[in-house]
Design a protein around this ligand. Sequence first.
Ligand code: NAP
Ligand code: MG
Length: 492
Amino acid sequence: MGKKDLNTGLKLGVDSKWQYSPAPESTSHINLKKKYDLFIDGKWVAPSSGKYFDTINPATEEKIADIAEANEKDVDKAVKAARKAFGPWSKLPAKERAKFIYRIARLIQERAREFSVIESLDGGKAIRESRDVDVPLAAAHFFYNAGWADKLDYAFPGKKPEAIGVAGQIIPWNFPLLMAAWKLAPALACGNTVVLKPAETTPLTALKLAELVQEAGLPDGVVNIVTGAGSTGSSIVNHNDIDKIAFTGSTGVGKIIQKSIVGTNKRATLELGGKAANIIFEDAPIDQAVEGIINGIYFNQGHVCCAGSRLFIEEPVYDQVIRKLKDRINTLIVGDPLDKNTDIGAINSKAQLKTIKDYIKIGKKEGAEFFEGSCSLPSKGFFCKPTLFTGVAQSNKIVQEEIFGPVLAVQTFRSVDEVIKKANNTPYGLSAGVWTDKGSKIFNLTSQMRAGVVWANTYNKFDPASPFGGYKESGFGREGGLHGLSAYLNLN
Ligand code: NAP
Ligand code: MG
């Protein structure tokens, strides 16, 4: 087997011909129900409308299960359960609360294989990523935040940290389990209770997590999971007994939420879209940088808010980098998410595939030069080859707008000032990458980039201790580290 990037699980420059081919991950040991109700007040309850929707496997277009659709009444039930549980949960000695959270972390580890397969089935991501990134990192978030639960008084000296109350948490489809962990773990550690809504296309791992919450013995009502579409999310946002909204998703919906909570006492953190610049200087370790660019844009099919979707190459190394990049793209395997050799799995939904294809059409129309990987695509399911546009202009739509797919837009630069100006020139400010041998360039660049996270000579590294969040239209507030906990506390 070839070497792997330890953080993302992506293969490091290994020609597919030389890959050992293990059997695809089996689904026989996966324990999934045919029909999922809502998880409210520690019980599984049918939706009051009686309505269910399908969640499908985007790699086969086949239905996996019926999922309950929560309406306003169901959300109200969940909020009431969370409110009732809030008093006792927030007053529990913190070290006792922590024990429940540790238990969830350990149960995720015990079921890691099952969670990985379900995540890949429901959302389309390559099993190597679910197994090496999403699931272990989700467990790590529960461990990390559990550790803080009884140390908050020391973490915020001079303050009296208090739980906020009932948190409404709404998450997207790109990292379903991981985003649930980012949201639940700090909220619970601080003593809040929660109503969480997963995305319509990827509800299964959050529902599996509800089973673990039951198994871990959390008191009823502390965690409630309601499934449904945008209207369910909107019922959470507009419920008058929610104290805090934690949202991760598109900038468009983030703006709607911001407007809805004006004049209420709700607190909010919004983790929104991005259009990150990945910058390669002439003095960079080029082979390492090429791997970082590949990882930056094609990891998780490009469905990553911090994806390095804009590449800036310093002119003297442009030809060399592009040649190496194209060679590397031609080795990437797109296909069955359950195949352990797959690099790029299925696009999450038909609608997202259309969005990506529309942007590719726009890019071609805008006059950019198009390149795509030489791999073949499965005949069924939603798949897209890794693609690259060169010769793009700063004003092009594919440079300014988030595509959320495997599409990389490449530009060149001649000076540090020029690249900083161009890199900062989008509505977003979530993340960036810089590749250079010179520490001074890294410091200069990071201090001038309007990006919440800047990676140097690496990309897409995540850790529960690192705060993550954006500037400008990428939202506000930070998740991870102590910053992430403080978002769930009143610090008076
Ligand atoms: P989305 O359409 O905004 O949806 C996000 C969540 O909000 C989903 O659960 C969605 O439900 C729900 N929702 C939709 N309309 C709503 C409304 N009016 N009120 C309340 N909730 C509503 O985003 P997405 O397409 O799922 O996710 C992709 C976006 O997330 C990208 O822009 C990406 O950059 C961003 N993202 C950001 C971060 C970060 O940390 N900054 C991390 C990951 C993703 P349904 O799915 O059921 O419609
Ligand atoms: Mg699905």
